[in-house]
Write a protein that binds this ligand. Structure first.
Ligand code: ATP
Length: 308
């Protein structure tokens, strides 16, 4: 279903926004979206809103958005919606910036840029007149990602998570799935080839952003604006190993653990069982083996003038 809502420009500089809304993201935060859209219009922005009906719609809308019609594409949803929008933008005509209305479960991109998902005023103000940062994307087997791409237990958890439980309980569904998976998973070796070296572990996450799964720092030196990936390699296997990492992450101590390697690289190959899943920005985006690198394209991301 497409909902269109056009208003005339209030000022010469008012941004023309195409809002792409995933109504299934998070726990259906309709009120927050309506509040942000109202504020955007009050700030003089010209708002056109479309709603997705299935996976792939957000990408198609973003691909078709022309700079003749829009200044900004606003991804209204979670990180998976942002991922789709970005994949559409890199194939589209270019010349349009990206912004977010964080309505998802984890909203890691919002955390990364200092945007408070509960602060409608800050979100609207950012979209209306926030500064633009040039963001380098990662690409895994041809699929672009903004935040991270990971192989091992986390990708299996993403693949197996119960969607109904996620809608009902949010992040708790990932905890439940992690516990379930940890006991049945055989922790096969995951190998990373980067900078002419081979690194072995049980889980590997190539990070573009610092945060992982929430406000938890996995790769302290990763930056969206940097043309580098920081790959985090976790060598320990088994439930005990995963509990060690699962406890260190929320304490922001993961990268301090002596066996954890964080390697800076522009490209790498992640190998493991052929066909094993690779998660990108919280959705399955590729299968192993995965060639991961910095994409030649960048996106212009609108960020808050002062982080919340
Ligand atoms: N209308 C739709 N119906 C079903 N799935 C959709 C629809 N629109 C988008 N999707 C898919 O929904 C999935 C989840 O969306 P998204 O990641 O934005 O929300 P989330 O999982 O709640 O948030 P987060 O990634 O922050 O945890 C994505 O894979 C996206 O492609």
């Amino acid at each position: 279903m497409i909902q269109t809502d056009n208003h005339t420009l209030a000022t010469a500089q008012a941004r023309r926004c195409l809002v792409i809304h995933n109504p299934t993201a998070g726990r259906r935060r309709k009120k927050r979206l309506a509040d942000v859209l109202e504020r955007l219009q009050a700030l003089g922005c010209l708002v056109t809103a479309v709603q997705t009906t299935q996976r792939g719609d957000a990408e198609a809308y973003a691909r078709a958005a022309s700079p003749a019609d829009y200044d900004v594409i606003v991804a209204a949803g979670g990180d998976g919606t942002v991922n789709e929008v970005v994949n559409g933008m890199v194939d589209g005509p270019g010349g349009v910036a990206l912004a977010v209305i964080p309505l998802g479960t984890a909203n890691v991109l919002a955390l990364e840029i200092g945007l408070d998902p509960k602060n409608s005023e800050q979100i609207a103000q950012t979209i209306a007149d926030g500064p633009v940062h040039n963001v380098h994307l990662g690409v895994a087997n041809g699929r672009h990602f903004v935040l991270m791409a990971g192989a091992g237990l986390d990708a299996h958890v993403v693949e197996g998570v119960n969607i109904a439980l996620k809608r009902a309980t949010g992040k708790l569904a990932y905890v439940v799935e992690s516990v379930k998976q940890a006991f049945g998973y055989d922790f096969p070796e995951i190998t990373v080839r980067a900078n002419g070296e081979i690194y072995e572990g049980r889980m590997a996450v190539a990070c573009k952003g610092r945060y992982y799964g929430g406000p938890f720092i996995a790769a302290p030196d990763a930056r969206l604006e940097s043309p580098k990936l920081e790959v985090c390699i976790l060598p320990k296997s088994g439930v005990a190993g995963m509990m060690r990492y699962g406890l260190a992450l929320p304490m922001n101590k993961l990268s301090d653990l002596p066996e954890v390697m964080v390697i800076s690289a522009e490209s790498m190959v992640i190998m493991g069982p052929r066909g094993a899943p690779l998660q990108g920005d919280g959705d399955i985006v590729a299968r192993l083996p995965a060639e991961i690198s910095i994409a030649p394209q960048t996106v212009q991301l609108i960020v808050p003038a002062s982080p919340g």
